[in-house]
Structure formats: structure tokens, C-alpha cells
Write a protein that binds this ligand. Structure first.
Ligand code: ZN
Length: 116
């Protein structure tokens, strides 16, 4: 996947904290202190959405990112699901939106600590 925006160290830190350190691909916490490498990932492939803005960026494990890139063929289907979601056509199953104490906030489009 093409990278068009190089983030500064501070921006990377901010992105990480904003998303609670959760890998947006596998949904688990990234643990840099345990040597887990992560990088900034585009939620929607640039080639498809053309979006290169902050809201389209999430932290992701390097290993997850590699897997995702290898499966880029699935991205279009994912984009279609996201589009359907935005139109209110599809509601996610709650089991899929709740992971490791984090809950996906569909309104904001990101994981948040599950306080329920
Ligand atoms: Zn991951």
C-alpha cells in the first residue's frame, strides 16, 4: 500500500494515544514496550478512497499490516461494507464490535474504552 504522508514522531505518538494503542486490524493492544512494532495504516486503501487525512489513519501492528496488504483484494469488499454502514444498511454484531475491553464507536469510527 502506498504511503503518501510521513508523520512526525509527535504525530505518531498522538495517533497511537488517540486510538488507545489498539491495532485497528486485529483489535488488540499494541505493546511497543514488548518490542511489538507498529506503523500508521490507512483504514481505507488510498487507491480506493483517495483519503489521506487524519481520520483515515490508525495504528496497526507491522505483522498485521503485512497480512492486510497481502489480502488487499478484500479491501474493496470492506469499503463496500463501510459504505453500507454509513448508509445505515448494516448494523455490526455486538460480538464483533467489542474486543479486549474496547468497544468500536461507530459514530466516531474508532475504538474506545468500554465503560459498560
Ligand atoms: Zn494487530
Amino acid at each position: 500500500m502506498t504511503k503518501r504522508k510521513a508523520l512526525s514522531r509527535n504525530q505518531r505518538a498522538r495517533l497511537f494515544l488517540e486510538h488507545g494503542g489498539v491495532c485497528h486490524i486485529c483489535g488488540t493492544l499494541i505493546k511497543p514496550q514488548r518490542g511489538e512494532k507498529w506503523e500508521v495504516e490507512h483504514v481505507e486503501a488510498l487507491e480506493i478512497s483517495g483519503r489521506d487525512d487524519w481520520e483515515n489513519l490508525r495504528p496497526a501492528h507491522v505483522k498485521c499490516h503485512k497480512t492486510k496488504t497481502a489480502e488487499d483484494v478484500n479491501v474493496i469488499a470492506k469499503c463496500n461494507r463501510r459504505r453500507a454502514k454509513h448508509l445505515g444498511i448494516h448494523k455490526p454484531k455486538s460480538a464483533l464490535s467489542r474486543r479486549d475491553g474496547y468497544k468500536f464507536n461507530w459514530a466516531k469510527g474508532r475504538y474506545e474504552k468500554d465503560t459498560a
